[in-house]
Each structure stands twice: as structure tokens, then as C-alpha cells.
Design a protein around this ligand. Structure first.
Ligand code: DUC
Ligand code: ZN
Ligand code: ZN
Length: 527
């Protein structure tokens, strides 16, 4: 007998919106079958999803949770609580090897300990490797894979983490032989350091200068170098959090040549421009938007990224959730320092004595985004079986043909593309294929129900939703998306067949500790 039937939904897979309205039968936390008019028994719970799109649970493959370097960020409890409230049933977070550590095991033990018993959703880890010793190459990396961690992240910037080209080359060779997926943060460290130094010498340390110090060319050069290293070592890589159109063009060219180069987009780079980094004369609001790479300059840059989302250049969209609290008494923390009494800052060029000391070099990089990722991307989707009017324009009157659409044309993506980018591809890329990222028999019953915006069901169906930080479930005191309107929000979220989020009732219905560590295997996504 089935435990649960989700009836009458329009199921979206990475390939299509399945025709008709189908029922999903769930037993023991797995999808048992999909079909029409499924029959349950007396104990079967039935959920009516009429008029709703039903998608696989979101897989957010890039989230920083409770890392040592962000003490005012989210904990496992608060971060994963906000993840499920935003439709995610799996996240992949990071365990960081410190530079002075000769082994990877202290980091892995410490990060497992933080997560165990505290996660609302299923989870895995990527290992951040900062000191690749002989012992790690020879014995620890093979054991890492046996312990269910099949991906690593390498940094080309940030002094405590960055690796040179020789290390990148050698690690890629080893990753290739072990079937490890390699993620790369690509920015040219020397460019960033030298520009930063010159800005600071002139007292230019307000938030906006953070973006000046990290120009597109720094991202583009490092991306090209990472792709070259991947090509010469014949190793698949994913370039994380890409924000520069010039850099994504290198990925497009590489993929054209069938190199296994993957790219990751993030909602903040798709929606926000560097204008957000400006602070007022009395505040440090710009600090809320400091991340690396930085938000880019123009709406045209953003639409160029959306084009790459729509045309398949990007493989995944992740949040890069890496928050820290904005209003914090410690001057080493992010942003406006209301409680600070220290007003002497020799670098600061602003003479207004009410403005707290501020130096972008002291601000931890990164924005919150786990909970808002899926609604923000869903916002740009359409159902290819009922495309919007605008796509029906007769040939010749369509302003898109023959020229690049302007930013006001808002590029839209299909619902299957949405599912690919936010769930199926990250699951397959990071070795969770067959278990996560799809709605099919045998898969974990991780399901999101999106009631139609057009059908006025209970709650806020039929209305836009305004993003407000006070309604989010992280422990951060702001969202960079405050006030933005989205068409829809996950209404019900099931983790392995259990209702963990119900927007119409209690909200979060799951508990910390529901989430399990996921043993991941070799990537099954080759191109
Ligand atoms: N940049 C990073 O490299 N990591 C965390 C977030 C960010 O902005
Ligand atoms: Zn990064
Ligand atoms: Zn990151």
C-alpha cells in the first residue's frame, strides 16, 4: 500500500512537462510509481496538486554553512531550515582544509560533527583543498571518494586558500584518475591584490571599490587559465559562481569544442548590478552586496548571463549562500558597525564623523541566498506546452530576431530547463544521479509543489510574493533581494516522502536532524 499519493499535478522533469495530470505514488520515502488515477489504501495520505507544477526537490550544490571563517553566518540548523523553506531537499556544503593542516581528515571530522543531527535537508560536502600534500594525493583522496565525497573545490584567489597553476595541474590529474569533480573559484589573485593595494593607498575603501578591485578581466583571465589546465589534463571541471560575460564566453567556446567544462550561475549575479555596492553618505548599505566575484556593472551584463542560462552554457544554478550578519559589533565582521566606538580609520576618505569606519577589505565576501534561489529562478520560467503570448508574435514583428534582445526583453527559460539547472544537473554532476534530482520511480520522494499563480487557491495563490527578510528562515539580518517580487514560491516540500514545508499551514514542518549525509559517487554528467 502506498504511503502518499500526490494527485493531478503537472510533473516537470529535465526533459518536459509531462502531458496530462499524473499521480505520484510514494512508499517508504521513495517514488514507487507514476500514473493515472492511482489507488491508495485506508492509510494512504492524498495531496491534491491540481493546477500545480510539481518539480523535484531543489539540489543546491554550493552553500557555505557554519564555516570557520564566517562566525556570523548560518548554522546547520538555520541554513538548512531556510533551504527547505525555499524548496531545497539537498544541499552540498563545504569542509575546508586549513593551510597548515597536512591531512584532510581534521577538516572532514570537524565539519561532519557540525552537520550531524542538525540538518533539515539531506546534504553532502565538497572538500576545499588548500594544502595538497603527498599523503593526500596518494592515500587520502582515494579514501575521500570511498567516504562518499566525490568533489573538491580549489581557489585561484584568497591568500589563505589560493593555489598556483602547478598545484591546480597536479590536483586535476589526480581528480581525473579518481573520478573527482573539481570546482574552481576563478579570479586572478595578483590583479585583485595589486588593484586593491592602489585603491587603499588612495583611501578608496568604500564597498563599491571592492568591485573595482575585481574587474571582469580578472575573472575572465583566470577562467581561461582554468579551462586550459582542464584541457591539458583532460579533466572535467566546474567554474563556480560566474559573473562576467567575458568569462562565460570562454566556457561557451570550450563547450563548443566538447570539452567537459561546466559553469555555475547564481541568482545574485543574474538579478543585481554593482550599483548595489554604493553606500549613502551616512550608511554602509553597499556592504550588503559584497561578494566575489562582484556583481557586474550593467543590465546588459545580466541579460548576457541569462542568455547563457537559457542556451545551456551554464550547467547549474546554485545559491553560493555565504552570508554574514550585516549589523555586527565587531569591526572585523560585515558591514555597518553601529556598535563600534572606534572612529579612527586612517584609510577612510569620508570625513563624515557619523559614518562608521568602513573598509571593504574587512568584509567577509558572500550573500545569503539558499531560500530565495528557486523562487527567483522560477520567476523567469514558462511552460513550453503553453508558451506566453510574446513568443507567438508573427515573424518579422519579433524584436528578438536578428538582434540581441535588450535587457527589457527579459529572457525566459522553460520549466524543464529550470529543473535541469536547479536539480537534475547538480545531482548528476556531483554523483547523486539515480537518487536525487528527478521525479521517477526509484528516486527519493523529494518533491516540490508550486500551485499555479493563476489559480486562486488558499493562501497567496494568484498574487505576487514580495521577498521580505522577516519572512525568511535563515539567521541573517538582511536579504539582498528585499522588496523584489516573485510570481511563485514552493507551497509544499516533501523530503523522502515527508512534508517538511507547507506555506499554507505551519511553514516549516520538518525538524533538524531529518537530513541525512549523502554518500556521493562519480559524476554521471559528462557534458
Ligand atoms: N565568494 C566566495 O568565494 N565564496 C563565498 C562567497 C563569495 O562571495
Ligand atoms: Zn568561491
Ligand atoms: Zn562559494
Amino acid at each position: 500500500m502506498l504511503d502518499l499519493i500526490i494527485k493531478n499535478g503537472r510533473i516537470v522533469t529535465a526533459a518536459e512537462v509531462l502531458p496530462g495530470c499524473l499521480d505520484i505514488g510514494i512508499k517508504h520515502g521513495k517514488i514507487a510509481l507514476i500514473g493515472q488515477n492511482l489507488e491508495g489504501g485506508p492509510q494512504t495520505e492524498v495531496i491534491d496538486a491540481e493546477g500545480a507544477y510539481v518539480t523535484p526537490g531543489g539540489v543546491d550544490s554550493h552553500a557555505h554553512v557554519e564555516q570557520d571563517n564566517s562566525p556570523t553566518g548560518d548554522t546547520w540548523e538555520t541554513g538548512t531550515r531556510s533551504a527547505i523553506a525555499g524548496g531545497n531537499t539537498t544541499i552540498i556544503a563545504f569542509a575546508t582544509q586549513k593551510r597548515q593542516e597536512e591531512s584532510i581528515w581534521p577538516a572532514l571530522e570537524a565539519y561532519h560533527k557540525k552537520a550531524t543531527g542538525n540538518s533539515y535537508c539531506d546534504y553532502g560536502f565538497h572538500l576545499i583543498l588548500s594544502n595538497p600534500t603527498e599523503q593526500i594525493y596518494e592515500t587520502e583522496l582515494p579514501q575521500l571518494v570511498e567516504r562518499g565525497i566525490s568533489s573538491i573545490k580549489l581557489y585561484m584567489t584568497y591568500v589563505p586558500l589560493r593555489l598556483g597553476d602547478a598545484d591546480l595541474f597536479n590536483i586535476m590529474m589526480r581528480a581525473r584518475s579518481l573520478g573527482i569533480m573539481t570546482m574552481i573559484h576563478a579570479e586572478n589573485n595578483d590583479i585583485v591584490e595589486q588593484v586593491t593595494k592602489r585603491l587603499a593607498e588612495q583611501g578608496l575603501t568604500d564597498s563599491f571599490y571592492h568591485s573595482v578591485a575585481r574587474p571582469q578581466i580578472a575573472e575572465s583571465e583566470a577562467t581561461y587559465r582554468a579551462i586550459s589546465l582542464a584541457e591539458v589534463t583532460d579533466t572535467p571541471i566546474l567554474i563556480v559562481h560566474m559573473s562576467a560575460p567575458a568569462a562565460i564566453e570562454h566556457v561557451a567556446q570550450a563547450r563548443k569544442r566538447l570539452l567537459p567544462i561546466h559553469a555555475e550561475a547564481c541568482p545574485h549575479y543574474l538579478y543585481l548590478t554593482s550599483e548595489r555596492l554604493q553606500s549613502g553618505p551616512q550608511d554602509c548599505e553597499g556592504a550588503k552586496h559584497i561578494c566575489a566575484p562582484p556583481l557586474r556593472h550593467s543590465p546588459e551584463d545580466l541579460e548576457e548571463l541569462w542568455r547563457s542560462v537559457a542556451n545551456g552554457t551554464f550547467t547549474v544554478i546554485s545559491s553560493d549562500h555565504a552570508p554574514s550578519t550585516f549589523d555586527h559589533p565587531n569591526g572585523k565582521m560585515r558591514g555597518r558597525i553601529k556598535h563600534s566606538t572606534n572612529k579612527t580609520n586612517t584609510h577612510h576618505h569620508n570625513q563624515n564623523s557619523d559614518k562608521p569606519n568602513f573598509d571593504f577589505r574587512n568584509v567577509p565576501n558572500g550573500l545569503p541566498g539558499l531560500e530565495t534561489r528557486l523562487p527567483l529562478i522560477f520567476n523567469r520560467t514558462y511552460d513550453p506546452s503553453t508558451p506566453p503570448q510574446k513568443l507567438d508574435r508573427p515573424l518579422g514583428l519579433n524584436p528578438i530576431i536578428g538582434k540581441k534582445p535588450s535587457s527589457s526583453d527579459n529572457i525566459m527559460i522553460t520549466l524543464p530547463r529550470f529543473v535541469q539547472l536547479t536539480s537534475t544537473n547538480p545531482a548528476q554532476l556531483y554523483g547523486l544521479g539515480g537518487r536525487k534530482g528527478s521525479l521517477a520511480p526509484g528516486y527519493d520522494a523529494d518533491v516540490v509543489i508550486w500551485y499555479s499563480e493563476n489559480v486562486n487557491v488558499k493562501g497567496d495563490g494568484g498574487r505576487e510574493i514580495v521577498i521580505r527578510n522577516e519572512a525568511l528562515h535563515h539567521r541573517i539580518d538582511y536579504t539582498p533581494f528585499e522588496g523584489m517580487r516573485v510570481r511563485n514560491w514552493p507551497r509544499k516540500v516533501f523530503l523522502r516522502g515527508r512534508l517538511v514545508w507547507d506555506r499554507d499551514r505551519e511553514g516549516v514542518m520538518g525538524r533538524k536532524g531529518d537530513g541525512e549525509f549523502l554518500m556521493r559517487v562519480r559524476s554521471s554528467l559528462n557534458y
